[in-house]
Design a protein around this ligand. Structure first.
Ligand code: CMC
Length: 437
């Protein structure tokens, strides 16, 4: 834990009549942690924390998040400022390099993104092997994993090559995402163009066709930049933790990111943006009666949850959801679109925020609640929503992998457990087993 500050305080723990002094660590925004790394060797005890509700797995200088106050910043910059003033490429640079780029750095980085945008022609044939309607997240994770077969030279001295590897991933994942959509539509692939910005290039690869050239619209490009920025990083969320855990075994960046993509796919994590849209569509098709969905969400006997609500860390408004909600209004107005799903989402939010069940549990709309409405407005199909999340989260995953790899306190991630199975018992040979052992 390289830059850790040990506070003046120590925590005292009494166990079996002995007192243990545990160091207290203080982060740069004043958050405190009890360092228990020596606890087991000194006391024989471990800590138990299912779901890591209260466990810090590392010290990180990438993202700060205060879930009680609804604060989020990347490398010290407020998410509101970044979303308002930057492009996604600038924010990707910030996350992966630690500082916002100068004009010159940005131009060099953008050139690298342009240079690496193609995927190997042999990889393009992989797409033909997937049956129609394959989940795009399955395609994405396996294609990203396959990159290490095509670019193995990056695997030696990964930190020396990290800038190239990061640019290659950021650029190629965008191409792979757009190609997987084109394949799913049975349309010819549209290759990346050097003259287009990151987001415009992606939109062009998605929507240009031989019969109808795609017209790049500034409102759509800006909206996409904003959405990707808002998804850029979110400290130790499930997929990022997965990238770190996989990478801690010293597996390469491509394989680690592929693992993260699979974790993101889950409906409780990145898959929620697709699930929200499906829920809102169902409410709409059933006549707009959202109250029964709220009743189902509150029923302890029903596993249904109001998707797009609640967060492990935020116990107040998710700052990203606030920005996206406003962007939703702006984008729909600019594109002259009226979407009944936006009205349903707003009503649902209003009712839920006044409901005792949601108030008592601090359940607010999260980043996934409104994002799908913008994606829909800019033409992204619902089954690509989680792929969009992956595209946005990619610089965050890369930054965490790099930080983990370079951490002087790095150890392979290997949690412990409390064993609750049978006590050791005598082995019974197959011929003598009765089934009652
Ligand atoms: N609808 C209804 N009840 C909920 C919801 C919800 N969306 N979320 C949490 N609760 C209830 C939950 O049933 C529990 O109630 P009780 O105390 O009576 O048992 C209480 O709130 C605490 O929930 P929890 O499951 O202990 O909280 P968690 O921190 O383990 O889970 C969560 C966080 C995001 C998985 C959960 O809120 C959820 O399932 N939300 C819906 C899925 C979703 O929108 N996911 C996207 C998360 S944000 C972006 C991302 O991570 O990708």
């Amino acid at each position: 834990m390289g830059n850790v500050v040990h506070g003046q305080e120590t925590a005292e723990l009494k166990l079996d009549g002995k007192v243990y002094q545990l160091p207290v660590i203080v982060g740069s925004e004043g958050e405190k942690a009890i360092d228990i790394r020596e606890l087991r060797s000194s006391s024989g005890y471990i800590t138990l924390d299912s779901g890591f509700m209260n466990t810090g797995s590392c010290c990180s200088s990438i993202t700060f998040l205060d879930g009680e106050e609804g604060i989020l910043s990347y490398r010290g910059y407020g998410i509101e400022d970044l979303a308002e003033n930057c492009t996604f490429v600038e924010v990707a640079y910030l996350l992966d390099h630690g500082n916002l780029p100068t004009r010159e750095e940005l131009s060099k980085f953008s050139q690298m993104l342009g240079k690496y945008a193609m995927v190997h022609e042999d990889m393009i044939r992989f797409f033909d092997g997937y049956p129609p309607n394959s989940p795009p997240m399955a395609i994405l994770s396996s294609m990203v994993n396959s990159l290490c077969s095509f670019y193995p030279e990056m695997l030696d001295n990964p930190l020396e090559n990290i800038d190239k590897m990061a640019a290659r991933l950021l650029s190629k994942v965008r191409t792979i995402a757009a190609f997987s959509y084109k394949k799913s539509m049975g349309q010819p692939l549209v290759y990346p163009r050097h003259d287009l910005s990151y987001c415009a290039n992606f939109l062009n690869m998605m929507f240009d066709s031989p019969v109808k050239p795609y017209e790049i619209n500034d409102t759509v490009v800006k909206a996409l930049n904003k959405l990707l920025i808002l998804h850029g990083d979110h400290e130790q969320n499930c997929s990022t933790a997965t990238v770190r855990v996989a990478g801690s075994a010293r597996v390469n960046l491509y394989a680690s990111i592929s693992a993260g993509i699979n974790a993101l796919w889950g409906p409780l994590h990145g898959g929620a943006n697709q699930a929200v849209m499906e829920m809102l569509t169902q409410i709409h098709e059933e006549g707009g009666n959202y109250k029964q969905f709220i009743a189902k969400a509150k029923d302890p006997a029903d596993p249904f949850r109001l998707v797009g609500f609640g967060h492990r860390v935020y116990k107040t408004h998710d700052p990203r959801a606030r920005i996206i909600k406003k962007a939703c209004d702006d984008v729909l107005t600019a594109l002259n679109i009226s979407d009944p799903l936006l009205d349903i989402a707003k009503e649902l939010e209003e009712v839920a925020l006044k409901d005792e069940y949601f108030i008592a549990r601090n359940l607010y709309p999260n980043v996934d609640f409104y994002s799908g409405i913008i994606y829909r407005a800019i033409g992204i199909p619902t089954n690509m929503f989680t792929v969009m999340f992956a595209l946005g989260r990619l610089p965050g995953w890369i930054a965490h992998w790099k930080e983990m790899w370079d951490d002087p306190d790095w150890r392979i991630s290997r949690p412990r457990q409390v064993y609750v199975g049978p006590k050791r018992r005598p082995f019974v040979p197959l011929a003598e087993r009765t089934g009652n052992e």
